[in-house]
Design a protein around this ligand. Structure first.
Ligand SMILES: O=C(O)CCC(=O)C(=O)O
Length: 287
């Protein structure tokens, strides 16, 4: 395993950020964006992960995939406003829009806190269970946020560049030319959903690796975490409109996701009446 792809990283200040990242993700299967968060924000988020882990007595994973030395918190948007703010990061949403197109959805929010002693996670593709023949356009994008430095020895995510174009998914027991996505705290690794990757080994004695996964899918796909059922509508009603839309209170191309022909935001008491696709189509001349 070689390390340190950060040399090709793209700074968050790049004026063409969304296009530059989309180009790299489509060509290489990944991109690293540096400087999305500052150290203070990372420290605050680490403290927030610690707080939620303690409050909910989050234990290590019970299988080798989730990691016997890794703690995960799912549905982070339920746990704290700080995580909800991250989901709404304008720069990252611009990147996702450039890759997945309009009306994309949030697919899930998870923390992965890797402790010393963790072994490598099985390489996998986050879209590995779907039945579309590979390779295919990105239907899913995972953003992995480094809250502490990601280093080759403390569990930095490993990935196989270009593997999103491979017609297969990796099988257990195979070895592949993976690299460690070393990146300073505050960086975000953007992964094409078909790219082979996995959490790394933490061979340090005392360095915890804190990361967050904020995952998105195209608006016509199923979300991995059921965010509509995972959050009380009474609580969602107080969220910013953009977050409500990303959870699923939105329509894809003015059709998919409607409720009795109404926009789902009407269920949160909002008066939203877009022109439905059927209206648009029905008003076209037939000849
Ligand atoms: O923790 C990481 O670096 C990656 C985790 C991951 O890929 C997963 O759990 O699916």
């Amino acid at each position: 395993m070689s390390a340190n792809p950060t040399s090709g990283a793209i700074p968050a200040s790049n004026p063409e950020l969304a296009q530059a990242v989309a180009k790299a993700v489509n060509a290489e299967g990944y991109a690293i964006v540096t400087g999305v968060l500052d150290r203070k924000a990372c420290d605050t988020l680490v403290a927030e992960v610690d707080r939620v882990e303690t409050e909910h007595q989050v234990e290590f994973g019970k299988n080798d995939f989730e990691g016997f030395q890794t703690r995960r918190i799912f549905n982070l948007i339920q746990r704290s406003g700080r995580f909800r703010e991250l989901v709404l990061d304008e720069a990252v949403l611009g990147i996702i829009d450039a890759i997945l197109g309009e009306d994309f959805l949030l697919s899930g929010t998870t923390s992965m806190h890797i402790s010393p002693g963790e072994t490598p996670q099985l390489l996998h593709a986050d879209d590995g269970m779907i039945t579309l023949p590979r390779p295919h356009v990105a239907t899913l994008v995972t953003t992995l946020w480094a809250l502490t430095d990601f280093e080759a020895d403390n569990g930095a995510t490993r990935l196989v560049p270009g593997s999103h174009l491979n017609p297969d998914i990796p099988r257990p027991g195979e070895t592949h030319a993976d690299i460690a996505a070393e990146m300073p705290a505050g960086s975000v690794l953007v992964l094409h959903g078909s790219t082979w990757h996995g959490g790394g080994t933490n061979s340090t004695r005392d360095r915890e690796r804190y990361g967050l996964s904020i995952q998105f899918v195209a608006g016509w796909c199923r979300q991995q975490q059921n965010l509509m059922l995972g959050t009380d509508p009474g609580v969602v009603a107080s969220y910013p409109r953009r977050l409500q839309e990303l959870i699923g209170y939105s329509l894809y191309r003015n059709l998919m996701g409607h409720v009795d022909r109404e926009h789902p935001l009407t269920l949160l008491g909002q008066d939203v009446r877009p022109e439905m696709l059927w209206d648009k189509m029905g008003n076209q001349p037939k000849k």
